[in-house]
Write a protein that binds this ligand. Sequence first.
Ligand code: GUN
Length: 289
Amino acid sequence: MKIIDGKAVAAEVLLECREEVLALVAQGIRPGLAVVLVGEDPASQVYVGSKAKTCGELGIHSEKIVLPAATSQEELMAVVRKLNNDPAIHGILVQSPPPRHIDESAVVRAIDPRKDVDGFHPENVAKLALEDPGGFVPCTPAGAMRLLAAAGIDTNGAEAVVLGRSMIVGKPMALLLMSKNANATVTVAHSRSRDLPAICRRADILIAAVGRPEMVRADWVKDGCVVIDVGINRIADSNKKSGFRLTGDVAYDEVAPKCAAITPVPGGVGPMTIAMLMKNTLQAARQSR
Ligand code: GUN
């Protein structure tokens, strides 16, 4: 059983990014990313902080815009429009999920698709479906694909099961796996699927992205399966200083022994999401020329 080291693969991606930042700066372009957070969700605060910190380490200009939870739709849209017109900013990300009174889909549509480094704008969703390389691929599924490649997993002709159908992970993940680059046979399963364990047992490659702690058990996977665990769930744990521990969507201890390869949580997909965001920001800066 091979543990796929997301931190190591992310470090590789960041090394590539650092070189590209130098090349862009030499051409007079300082890449810039704006990260917008509305409200005080503790996990989102951590993610947004890590994104800004990684930008700093790579020499990418970053702006962190933190707005109160009571920010109105119109105020948020005004912030997005201002960033659309800011030549120092090549990438814009509004951290999800926003407070409930915000229409997230309207906010995403307001982002200039050329700056939509999350790949959530309908124009970029279409480009992904069309396999147009000029679009932005959502960071988490892009990171999962890179982990499969780094671990030497051949997706061609493989049975891939994507557990979860979210806009951020499940749907784009399915598109990437069925693309002409990957050529997997893809099944998308979700909370309403009739027999989740039976569907998952078919998988050569299982992508767990449901946001349910340790839902995937040992009897859900076949021997030799490759498991990519996208879940990052906070579980109360009084033994931890923070008061919680992180766990994936997979019951790691019982599933890992059956796997050919598996990603841990933390240290698997998580670090890749930020690394791929940096890559997308550089793509945006490059394409702005
Ligand atoms: N929340 C969880 N993952 C993501 C992501 O990739 N982008 C944004 N904007 N919000 C998220």
